[in-house]
Every structure is written in structure tokens, then in C-alpha cells.
Design a protein around this ligand. Structure first.
Ligand SMILES: Cc1ncc(C[n+]2csc(CCOP(=O)(O)OP(=O)(O)O)c2C)c(N)n1
Ligand SMILES: [Mg+2]
Length: 365
């Protein structure tokens, strides 16, 4: 029987408990339902998470130095951000949100270009076609629709491309998410939806967001395989995303993955999370740290030496220093650029506005 013939609700149902491969204490999960990634992939996941966290810390520091207007930290969510990206093939596309700068950098986009949005200079500071990364979306869930439309079009053209849409727990309540999930399943579009359930939508906890048994359960109603995974277990996130990408690439349609994780920092540097959650809750999640657990697993198996760790730290530090230096340089912006990249061919209205602005600037000069 092919997967296209399997339509019984039970086939689509997620597990009761999140799937995992490495326990919070760094030991292997017994009788896992997933295959452990190869040693090399595990090492790459560890390295990627260390580098990603250092980037994230640096970006937060840049807000304090006035070099970034705002930064939504993904600290604590490294297993999702890195695990998912490393499971993509070069030809696949990423549709990220404001939370996912770490993932965009991991995909190979220049970090300064990534942070251009959060500095307030450009809506998207990078060329989406260079690393197959769509612009980061701040309006919740709009990227899910972009991903479905893009993936459906790619498949219609006969291209072997899978779109990965990242979204938050809060974004699952948006009408856009409903439309995206529904049509992705109806069209069997090659899309993977990865919900990073980090417990909160700004100050709104999950319990006030949904009455569903899990967010993954929502996929059943749309008719797509739904997976609940430990979102702080990079090996498990990598395994389920890789499986979902293969499923989509084979023409078997979308998958909805809910990764259970936690937003360690406030929503952004402009938010104060101590006003709506207890320190004890944060402490509990810090014990489930994604980097510490994979490090322990690798060290216990002699897959990570002290020397290798030092080299990874030094490399992450170097990258952060280079980012700091480049972000500290003042940028000269040309207001005329405001009208670029809006349409492939500018409309008459846009041309008029550009001319009006140029004339106004000319008068003041
Ligand atoms: C359509 C829309 N409505 C409201 C907002 C304001 N807003 C920004 S972030 C956010 C919370 C989103 O929470 P979640 O989807 O869980 O993502 P997280 O920030 O936790 O990564 C809200 C309500 C928005 N950006 N877009
Ligand atoms: Mg959230």
C-alpha cells in the first residue's frame, strides 16, 4: 500500500509523547522510533548549535549597543533552528519568520544581510535566490501560504523542491495557517510545516492558545501525517524533518511537525518575560538545554574531543567578533532604494512616488 492510499486517521496521528533520540541527560533514548543520524551529522548539529547560539547572543548584545532596533532571540530553540536546516537539501527552500535569523544564517546567508531587517534598513537584506531562503515574515503565518504556493508551483513545473515553513505555536491560530495546511494537503504540495512550540506567543501561554491535545494533532484534520517531536533534541528534529522532506519529495505531500521547545529569552529585547512567567519554569527548561545534551552524548561516545570543542568555540567567537565589527560600521542608505525590489517591473504609481521623493530630497539638498 502506498502512503497516498493510507488515509485512516490513525495513520496521520502523532505519538502521545514527543519522539526523541537523545534524552535530556545525554543518554540515548531506549527503543527509539527514529533512526539516529550518522556521527558526522551529529557533530555538524553540535557545531551548528554552538555557532548559532553565539550569533544569537551577539545579536542580542547589538540591541543593547543601539546597533539593532530589535532582536527576537531563538536561544533554547537551537535544536529546531539547526536540526531543520541541516535536514534540507541544497535545492529546497526555507520560509522563515522573524524568530529564525539563526536558521537563515545556518542556511548560508551573510549574518549582516540577515540583520538588516532588524536594524530597520531593509525589509529583506539578502537575495532570496542565493541560498533559497524567502524573506523573514513578521506578519504571523503569511509565510505558510507563501511556502504552499511556491511548493505547488515548483511541483507543477516538475522541479524537485521541498519548502520548509517555520511557524510558532501562536501562528497556528491564524486563519492563514488553516488555509495553508488545508491546500497543502489537498494539492499534496511538497511542504514541511515545522511548528516551534516554544510555549508562548509573546505573553500568551499555549494553554490559552489552543484546546487541542497537541498542535501536531491539527494535521490529522487536514489529512496529513503529523509528528510530535522533542524540540530540544537536535538529532530527533533532524531525523523527522529529513523524513518529512523525503516524503514530500517523493510526491506524498506535506507533513505537520510540532517540536516542543522553549523560548529561554523574552519575546524580544523590548519584552520583559518576568512579568508573565516564573523563573522556576525557565530553570526547568534550562535543564533540557539542546546543546548540553548533544555534547554529553557525543563526549560519552568519544565523538567530541576537548580540542575539537575548543576549536568550535574559537570559530564561533571569531564569527561573532566579525559580525560585531561589521555591524558597528555606520551604513549610508539611499532613500531611492525604497522602491527597489517591490515589483520586477515598477508600477506607474511607484515610479511617480520615487520621482516625488527624489525631487523633495533634491530641494532640501
Ligand atoms: C498577523 C499578526 N498578528 C499579530 C502580530 C503580533 N505578534 C508578533 S509576534 C506574536 C506572537 C507570535 O507567537 P508565536 O507564533 O508562538 O511565535 P514566537 O514569537 O513564539 O516565535 C504576535 C501576536 C503579528 N506579527 N502578525
Ligand atoms: Mg511561540
Amino acid at each position: 500500500m502506498t502512503t497516498t492510499e493510507r488515509t485512516a486517521a490513525s495513520y496521520f496521528l502523532p505519538s502521545d509523547e514527543p519522539l526523541g533520540l537523545v534524552s535530556p541527560d545525554g543518554t540515548a533514548v531506549k527503543e527509539p522510533e527514529l533512526a539516529m543520524p550518522a556521527d558526522d551529522v551529529l557533530r555538524q548539529l553540535h557545531r551548528g548549535m554552538v555557532t548559532g547560539r553565539r550569533f544569537d547572543t551577539q545579536a542580542t548584545a547589538l540591541t543593547k549597543q543601539g546597533r539593532l532596533a530589535v532582536y527576537p532571540s531563538a536561544r533554547g530553540q537551537e535544536a529546531c533552528e539547526i536540526g531543520a536546516i541541516l535536514a534540507l537539501r541544497p535545492q529546497d527552500w526555507l520560509f522563515p519568520t522573524y524568530r529564525d535569523s539563526m536558521a537563515v544564517v545556518a542556511r548560508g546567508v551573510d549574518p549582516v544581510e540577515v540583520l538588516t531587517l532588524l536594524r530597520g534598513d531593509w525589509h529583506c537584506g539578502y537575495d532570496p535566490y542565493r541560498a533559497n531562503v524567502a524573506p523573514q515574515c513578521t506578519p504571523l503565518a503569511t509565510n505558510t501560504l507563501h511556502a504552499v504556493g511556491f511548493a505547488h508551483a515548483a511541483r507543477t513545473k516538475g522541479e524537485d523542491t521541498v519548502a520548509l515553513a517555520l511557524l510558532g505555536d501562536g501562528a497556528t491560530s491564524e486563519g492563514d495557517t488553516h488555509e495553508a495546511l488545508n491546500f497543502a494537503a489537498v494539492w499534496k504540495a511538497p511542504v514541511v510545516f515545522l511548528v516551534q512550540n516554544n510555549g508562548y506567543a509573546i505573553s500568551v501561554p499555549l494553554a490559552k492558545q489552543t484546546a487541542a491535545p497537541s498542535l501536531a494533532h491539527k494535521g490529522v484534520g487536514y489529512g496529513m501525517p503529523s509528528v510530535l517531536v522533542d524540540g530540544n533534541d537536535a538529532a530527533a528534529v533532524h531525523a523527522v524533518v529529513e523524513q518529512a522532506v523525503a516524503h514530500a519529495a517523493a510526491g506524498d505531500g506535506p507533513t505537520l511537525i510540532e517540536a516542543v521547545t522553549y523560548r529561554v529569552e523574552s519575546h524580544t529585547n523590548a519584552d520583559d518575560a518576568t512579568r508573565y512567567r516564573e523563573r522556576a519554569e525557565v530553570e526547568k527548561w534550562l535543564e533540557r538545554d539542546p546543546i548540553a545534551r548533544l555534547k554529553r552524548y557525543l563526549t560519552d561516545r568519544a565523538l567530541l574531543t576537548e580540542q575539537a570543542e575548543q576549536e568550535i568555540d574559537a570559530h564561533a567567537e571569531q564569527a561573532a567578533a566579525a559580525l560585531r565589527e561589521r555591524m558597528n560600521a555606520d551604513v549610508a542608505l539611499d532613500p531611492a532604494e525604497l522602491f527597489q525590489h517591490v515589483y520586477a517591473e515598477p508600477t506607474a504609481a511607484l515610479r511617480d512616488q520615487a520621482a516625488e521623493l527624489a525631487a523633495e530630497i533634491g530641494e532640501r539638498a
